[in-house]
Design a protein around this ligand. Structure first.
Ligand SMILES: [Zn+2]
Length: 454
């Protein structure tokens, strides 16, 4: 009897272990089955002898950006410029660009489902199509205007949320992946989408945040506040310098000339705590996701900053960082009277920012948004020149030059939007290693807008 008891006990243990393992397998398959099937090492998805064809990826006009040919090989746009411009948005065949549509939407593209596994059945050998909101021509224009510089350009319709242009550089041709991609310095960071995963010193585009903090602190008198600029001035023990000698300025003039001393003094009068609060409200130091993709955070951490550091922070230097996707949504919020519509990358809305499709989020008050819009319109009308942009778009913008140390030229920015019912477009452009924010970053903005309004 004793032996039989021991044997049944052992059998029970084996049975429990078996059932437990089976249960784990079923649960894992349900939770992770699609990811397993789609891993890059699961070669048959991407290999030439693929047994499952990924569906087509098209742009907003139905132009094919990626498809599977008759031999089962993944092929991309016929235009090399479009292939390079859209590498980070569409994706590559090896699956290295994990923020691309081809990677993030692989479940949908293969038509994977739990019952049949991949769509390699008698019912359907082809995967599903994915229609992007992207305009391929505008992306090609951005790539060409970047002109070999590193950087990023992201544009969206701030009424619908459609992302119209998303380009990152350095890039490469997914049809002819360079053999020296891992060792050639020119391709450093080529797998990263700078618009989603990059963050850069903002420089003067941050003056919009400092301005908004002043508008909140002195709602009646902010526009009457003036400060003087004579090129350089000691603040908190060492000099803060300006590119010009602007004399006495108010907020509009200070934003137009992008005067450093005005905003350094303003930041000190606002105080670290209130400037911090405004930056946080406007989306700095906050994590945000775009579908399954985690966006790189914009950073503004001012606690412990002395008067000199706070002065530099007020003009977008110190330790500040800005992410282009975040800057674009901030522009969407200024254009949208304080709230921005969440961006989307697919026409059916399956690739949205937040959990709730089309939901808007408030980044600043309606009053501040309207006042900033007027100041940004004044920048273009009276300082940059409307002639730089396609006619009739009523561009509101701010340039920035983020200093990044002595060994490299600055990051140049332009952020802004069209104050136009016909073309409600907001954008952020950053071009690395240049000194010409209006020419280089503004040039990319103008080229893309030209392509979009045709
Ligand atoms: Zn100045």
């Amino acid at each position: 009897m004793k032996t039989v008891g021991f044997r049944s006990f052992a059998l029970y243990i084996l049975l429990f272990a078996f059932l437990g393992g089976l249960g784990w397998l079923v649960v894992s398959l349900c939770l992770h089955g699609s990811q397993w099937a789609m891993q890059p090492y699961n070669g048959h998805i991407y290999d030439e002898d693929a047994t499952v064809a990924l569906g087509d990826i098209t742009d907003r006009d139905g132009e094919i950006l990626a498809a599977t040919n008759e031999e089962g090989r993944r092929v991309y746009s016929e235009s090399e410029t479009v292939r390079r411009a859209l590498l980070h948005t569409v994706g590559d065949s090896a699956g290295y660009i994990s923020t691309s549509a081809q990677y993030a939407l692989r479940t949908k593209l293969t038509g994977y489902n739990l019952v049949t596994g991949l769509n390699d059945t008698v019912f359907n050998r082809m995967g599903n199509q994915v229609g992007l909101t992207i305009d391929a021509g505008a992306c090609a224009a951005a790539y060409e205007a970047l002109n070999g510089h590193r950087g990023g350009a992201i544009f969206y319709n701030y009424k619908t949320g459609d992302i119209l242009c998303k380009v990152s550089a350095p890039t490469f041709d997914p049809e002819n992946v360079p053999e020296d991609i891992e060792s050639n310095e020119d391709y450093r960071g080529a797998y990263l989408d700078n618009t989603l995963s990059g963050s850069f010193t903002p420089g003067s585009i941050f003056k919009l945040v400092t301005a908004a903090a002043a508008m909140e602190k002195w709602p009646e008198s902010w526009s009457a506040r003036t400060y003087e600029c004579w090129g350089a001035e000691e603040i908190g023990g060492s000099d803060i310098t300006c590119l010009g000698e602007h004399g006495e300025l108010d907020m509009y003039g200070a934003l137009g000339y992008s005067c450093n001393l005005y905003f350094a003094k303003l930041a000190n009068d606002i105080g670290a705590a209130d400037l911090q609060k405004k930056a946080d409200e406007m989306g700095f130091n906050a994590s945000q996701s775009f579908g399954s993709i985690e966006i790189a955070q914009s950073e503004a951490k001012l606690s412990g900053a002395d008067a000199n550091q706070l002065g530099w922070a007020g003009i977008g230097q110190y330790t500040l960082l800005a992410n282009p996707y975040h800057m674009m949504t901030l522009m969407g919020a200024i254009a949208g009277c304080g709230e921005y519509v969440q961006p989307r990358l697919t026409r059916d809305g399956s690739f949205f920012a937040g959990l709730i499709p089309g939901k808007s989020r408030e980044l600043l008050s309606r009053t501040e948004a309207v006042q900033l819009r007027a100041a940004m319109r004044n920048n273009v009308e009276n300082y940059y020149g409307d002639y730089l942009f396609p006619d009739g778009l009523q561009i509101c913008a701010k340039t920035g030059t983020g200093e990044v140390g002595e060994t490299q030229d600055p990051n140049c920015w332009m952020v802004g939007f069209c104050d136009s019912a016909e073309y409600p477009i907001a954008f952020a452009v950053v071009v690395e290693d240049t000194n010409n924010s209006l020419g280089d970053a503004g040039g990319v903005a103008a080229a893309v807008l030209g392509a979009l309004v045709g």
